[in-house]
Design a protein around this ligand. Structure first.
Ligand code: AVJ
Length: 347
C-alpha cells in the first residue's frame, strides 16, 4: 500500500439538486420489461444517424445484458472482477483503517456483485446507500444485502449519479465513503469521467472519501481476450444490444449479419467494442430506415485503461485527492482511496 498523505478534515454537507427519489426497499412495483424507453429510442436513432455510428454503452444493461455481464465476470479471461475482489480481500484491514468505522457507504451503481459485502464487512459502516438509475436492480440488490447484513440500515436512492444527488437525511453526519468499483469509470471519456467525479464529490461532500476501482493499461494479449473471450459470452453481450433494439424499439435488425469486434485503440488507451456488418444490410427501427455497408461498424463501448499516474491525474482533475492505492502483485488493477478536498488556487 502506498499512502501519500492523509487528512482528517470533514466539511459541510452537500448542496444538491433534487433529482433523486429515496425510497425503502420494497415499495415500488416491478418495471415491465419491455416498456418503451424514450431515452433509449432517442440514443439509438441518433447513434445510427451520425458517423461514426455509436450507441452509448449503458444500453447494454437490460435484464439479459445484465445476466450476460454477470457471466462475463466469471470468465477466465475477464481478470477485472477477480483481481479487484482479491485486492479488496487482501487489503480490507488497511482500507478499514484509513476510512474509519461507522461511515455511511454510498455506492454509485447498486452493488449486485460480491464486492459490496466484502467492503461492508471490512469497514463496519453505519449505513449503506446504493444509488442506481434502475429501481428494479436497486430493490433486488438492497433486498439481498439486507439478508446478509440484517443490522445495517439501507437507504436506496433511485437516481442518476451523473448529477449531484440529495442523500437520505437518515445517514446524519456520519463520515461518507463513496464506492465505485469495477472500473466503470473506464466507460467514460476523460472529460465525462471528470464531470462524474465532480458530481460524486458534490453528492458526498467535502472531506468525504471515495474508493474507486480503475483498470490498468496492460499488454494487448491480456486485454483483447478479456473483451473477446473464447466462449463468445462477450460477443453475445455486445450483440444483445441489437436484440434489445428489436425487442423494445420495434426493430428488424438482422443480428446474424453483425459480428463482435474488440480492438485496442492505443492513442486513446482504450478497448473499443464494435458491431461490424458482415455484409450490406438495411433495416428499420420504429419505422425509420437505416442502411449499413459491409465492414462498417456500430461503436458500442469504450473501456479506458489508466496507468498509475494517469489514474491519479484523473482523480485530481475530478476534485479528488488520492490518499492510498492498492494493486495486485502484477499491477493489473488498482483500488484507489481518495478524499474530496478543495483544490488550492495557488501555487
Ligand atoms: C462494467 C464497464 C467495467 O468495461 O470492462 C465487460 C463492461 N464490457 N466486457 C468493462 C464490459 C465488455 C465493463 N465495465
Amino acid at each position: 500500500m502506498a499512502a501519500w498523505n492523509q487528512a482528517t478534515s470533514r466539511g459541510g454537507a452537500t448542496a444538491c439538486e433534487a433529482r433523486a427519489r429515496t425510497n425503502s426497499a420494497s415499495n415500488a412495483p416491478e418495471r415491465v420489461h419491455s416498456t418503451p424507453n424514450p431515452a433509449f429510442r432517442a440514443d439509438v436513432l441518433a447513434g445510427l444517424s451520425t458517423r461514426p455510428r455509436a450507441i452509448p454503452a449503458r444500453w447494454f444493461y437490460d435484464r439479459r445484458g445484465s445476466e450476460l455481464f454477470e457471466e462475463i465476470t466469471h470468465l477466465p479471461e475477464y481478470y477485472l472482477t477477480r483481481v479487484e475482489r482479491s485486492i479488496l480481500v487482501a487489503h480490507a484491514a488497511d482500507i478499514a483503517e484509513l476510512t474509519g468505522p461507522a461511515a455511511a457507504v454510498i455506492e454509485f451503481g447498486s452493488g449486485s456483485s460480491a464486492k459490496t459485502p466484502l467492503l461492508l464487512s471490512a469497514v463496519a459502516p453505519s449505513a449503506y446507500v446504493p444509488i442506481d438509475i434502475s429501481g428494479e436492480f436497486l430493490r433486488e440488490s438492497a433486498a439481498a444485502l439486507a439478508d446478509q447484513f440484517p443490522e445495517l440500515p439501507i437507504y436506496p436512492v433511485e437516481g442518476d449519479f451523473l448529477h449531484p444527488l440529495e442523500l437520505p437525511p437518515e445517514i446524519g453526519d456520519a463520515p461518507r465513503l463513496g464506492f465505485f468499483p469495477g472500473s466503470t469509470i473506464g466507460n467514460m471519456s476523460a472529460a465525462a469521467a471528470v464531470d462524474l467525479l465532480r458530481a460524486m464529490a458534490d453528492t458526498v461532500g467535502q472531506g468525504s472519501k471515495l474508493l474507486i476501482g480503475i483498470d490498468r493499461i496492460k499488454p494487448t494479449n491480456v486485454l483483447i481476450p478479456a473483451y473477446d473471450d473464447a466462449q463468445g459470452v462477450t460477443a453475445e453481450f455486445n450483440l444483445n444490444l441489437l436484440h434489445r433494439i428489436n425487442r423494445e424499439l420495434d426493430g428488424n435488425l438482422p443480428v446474424s449479419a453483425f459480428r463482435h469486434v474488440a480492438r485496442w485503440n492505443d492513442t486513446e488507451a482504450r478497448i473499443e467494442m464494435h458491431l461490424e456488418a458482415t455484409h450490406d444490410v438495411s433495416f428499420a427501427i420504429d419505422g425509420h430506415p437505416f442502411a449499413i455497408s459491409k465492414g462498417k461498424t456500430i461503436h458500442t463501448e469504450n473501456s479506458h485503461k489508466y496507468g498509475p499516474r494517469d489514474a491519479r491525474l484523473l482523480l485530481r482533475a475530478g476534485a479528488w485527492t488520492p490518499v492510498a492505492e492498492w494493486t495486485d502483485r502484477d499491477g493489473q488493477f488498482a483500488l484507489i482511496l481518495a478524499e474530496a478536498r478543495p483544490v488550492p488556487a495557488a501555487p
